[in-house]
Design a protein around this ligand. Structure first.
Ligand SMILES: O=P(O)(O)OC[C@H]1O[C@@H](O)[C@@H](O)[C@@H](O)[C@@H]1O
Length: 594
């Protein structure tokens, strides 16, 4: 294993909103929102602490009447439970079916209309609050979106927060997450997207209600447009796990006292946040807002046409250095994930090794000659009866070295072994892991982690054996071109997957072009590089070792060269994009904003 490289990895990247913009905090925020002589409507993302919010508004605006729209007009939770029962189905702790409800389904339309009448008849100014406050049919209003990133919501759930209007403080976190993932967040994002064109203000409630910062809708939209016009990074988050390791602590500079860190999600815009610098004040918002408000500029017309307002590429880290094996697992085929869970596309993956111990292996594909029935029987016995599953008898273990790239098309049995530092370059879905064997251990909560042998056995592609994996998935690197001070290679992914990955090794300047589609990169070798615009369209953007960064489709031409501590060294980036979405049409023809 190479000594852990030190990195200046930036854990709090920000996007500067150009121009002069104001932000308000505390009482000043509510006074600003109430400035116009109109009812104030504060629509909250589910999970925002409503009691604190109401108390804080009451303190700042003592002359106002505050009406909680949820208490006054939402359906009883038992009725909502009945409506969404089909989405949460079964006893399964993890998997449900994606909801296609709208927030209006969870409300009594008559009561919403009654609230509107009450507001117009009120002799004092009114503030409406709650998830769905914007559904009250008012002729005029000041609309505030109180927003929050999913990652913060998960932390709150782990600390005891219930689901929306539920009394499930002590429920298993996986079940809380399931209700959020399959229902609440789908409905909330659908509702939020409708509000974006009309928002007067956006409130960042990620930290505290008392310290919540307010910006205008115009500042918000400028910030989103700024993100989609230049290279940017989302805010990474780090999570411990049963197999977690020690590498990220040292390289990224995380809490040395923590037991381990397993995951770093540093490009999962669905869950991450983005930091906007608004005149020196930092505002945190879900990075998904960039995807929703700027889909064509960010994704490019062809990726948007194919996926909708959805960021299809996921980069994350899996650190098992000094830790354990991931569960032995398989991901669903597209046909299965659509049929069973209502997802549009599946969890195709790949592991790029940022670093590897001398004993590191990737478990990948079945041993040639494996008898499917015998393997499924052994897995079932192990999960039912607590017997040992001899994984090595059934599954290949290939040595893994730094800079190896393993493709893992859905349906292929796999796991990263201990003592590996993986950069996952995968399709965005991330919870559809069918664990088959968890190496005789329990999860961090002391309970066995959920095992899904039945789902797994319906998805394993039994012909992906030793021979197939060696031919199709190992050592696929192909040199594509070179120039002064650089070479370009294709490292993956397998032809069954939709992501193309190019690696550049360079000592000089490499010319890149988005060709009308979003690029996601990581500096996988060398301490520091700079991304520049040949025609000065964006400020030089410095990236450090192991940082993932997004180049929006609208950027067009950009260059990357060694910089600062990286000057004079041989560096490498990996770059991912959706195959077949590049276009050589001029930008104006493909709809790039002016
Ligand atoms: O099931 P465990 O062991 O936690 O591993 C789960 C991890 O596996 C990897 O292959 C990927 O699918 C990750 O997205 C996932 O988080």
């Amino acid at each position: 294993m190479s000594p852990f490289p030190a990195s200046s990895y930036d854990k709090f990247p920000t996007v500067t909103v150009p121009g002069h913009h104001q932000a308000w905090t505390g009482h000043a925020a509510w006074q600003e929102a109430a400035r116009a002589d109109k009812p104030v409507v504060v629509d909250t993302y589910p999970g925002v602490r409503l009691d604190e919010l109401k108390a804080s508004i009451a303190e700042a605006l003592p002359g106002h009447r505050i009406l909680d729209v949820e208490d006054l007009a939402a359906l009883p939770i038992a009725d909502i439970d009945a409506l969404i029962a089909a989405n949460l189905l079964t006893d399964d702790r993890v998997f449900g079916v994606l909801s296609h409800h709208t927030l209006a389904d969870f409300y009594d339309a008559g009561r919403l209309a009654g609230l509107a009448t009450r507001v117009s008849a009120s002799d004092v100014p009114v503030v409406l609050v709650g998830w769905g406050a914007a559904l009250v049919p008012l002729p005029e209003r000041t609309l505030v979106l109180a927003d929050m990133a999913r990652w913060e919501l998960q932390q709150r759930q782990r600390a005891g927060a219930p689901n929306w209007r539920c009394h499930n403080t002590n429920e298993d976190n996986l079940r809380k997450y399931k209700r959020s993932f399959f229902v609440e967040w789908r409905v909330a994002d659908r509702h939020k997207r409708q509000m974006f064109p009309a928002v007067d203000y956006v409130l960042d409630t990620n930290r505290s209600i008392a310290g919540a910062t307010l910006i205008t809708g115009e500042t918000f939209h400028r910030g989103m447009a700024a993100a989609a016009a230049a290279p940017f990074r989302v805010v990474p988050f780090f999570d411990p796990g049963v197999w977690g390791g020690q590498w990220m602590k040292k390289v990224i500079g995380l809490d040395a006292e923590a037991d381990n860190y397993a995951w770093c999600f540093d490009c999962v815009p669905e869950e991450n946040s983005i930091l906007l610098d608004v005149g020196g004040q930092v505002v945190e918002l879900p990075s998904l807002n960039v995807v929703f408000t700027q889909p064509a500029a960010l994704l490019g017309p062809q990726t948007f046409a194919r996926f909708g307002a959805e960021f299809p590429i996921r980069f994350d880290f899996l650190d098992t250095m000094g830790g354990g094996n991931l569960s032995l697992q398989v991901h669903p085929l597209t046909d299965y994930i659509q049929d069973r869970f209502g997802m549009h596309y599946t969890q195709d993956e790949s592991y790029y090794l940022l670093d590897a111990g001398p004993d590191a292996v990737v478990y990948l594909g079945l041993k040639s000659g494996t008898d499917p029935a015998a393997m499924v029987r052994a897995l079932k016995e192990a999960s039912d009866g607590g017997t040992h599953f001899p994984a090595e008898d059934y599954v290949n273990a290939f040595p893994a070295r730094k800079h190896d790239h393993f493709s893992i098309p859905a349906g292929t049995v796999h796991a990263s072994g201990a003592n590996s530092m993986v950069l996952e370059i995968s399709a965005t879905p991330y919870i559809f892991t069918f664990k088959m064997w968890d190496w005789d251990r329990v999860g961090l909560d002391g309970r066995p982690r959920p095992i899904h042998v039945d789902h797994a056995s319906r998805n394993i592609q039994w012909d992906r054996d030793t021979v197939w994996v060696k031919e199709q998935l190992l050592d696929q690197v192909e040199e594509l071109g070179s120039g002064p001070g650089w070479t370009e290679e294709r490292t993956g992914l397998h032809e069954l997957e939709f992501i193309e990955v190019r690696r550049h090794w360079f000592t000089g300047t490499v010319e890149h072009h988005t060709r009308g589609t979003v690029n996601v990169l990581n500096l996988v070798e060398g301490p520091e590089a700079v991304v520049e615009s040949p025609d000065g369209r964006f400020e030089p953007f410095v990236v450090n070792y192991a940082e993932t960064f997004i180049i929006p489709a609208a950027v067009g031409a950009y260059t990357i060269r060694p910089h600062g501590a990286g000057t004079g060294q041989k560096l490498a980036t990996v770059k991912a994009y959706v195959r077949g979405t590049e276009t050589d049409l001029p930008a104006r023809v493909v709809g790039r904003p002016a």
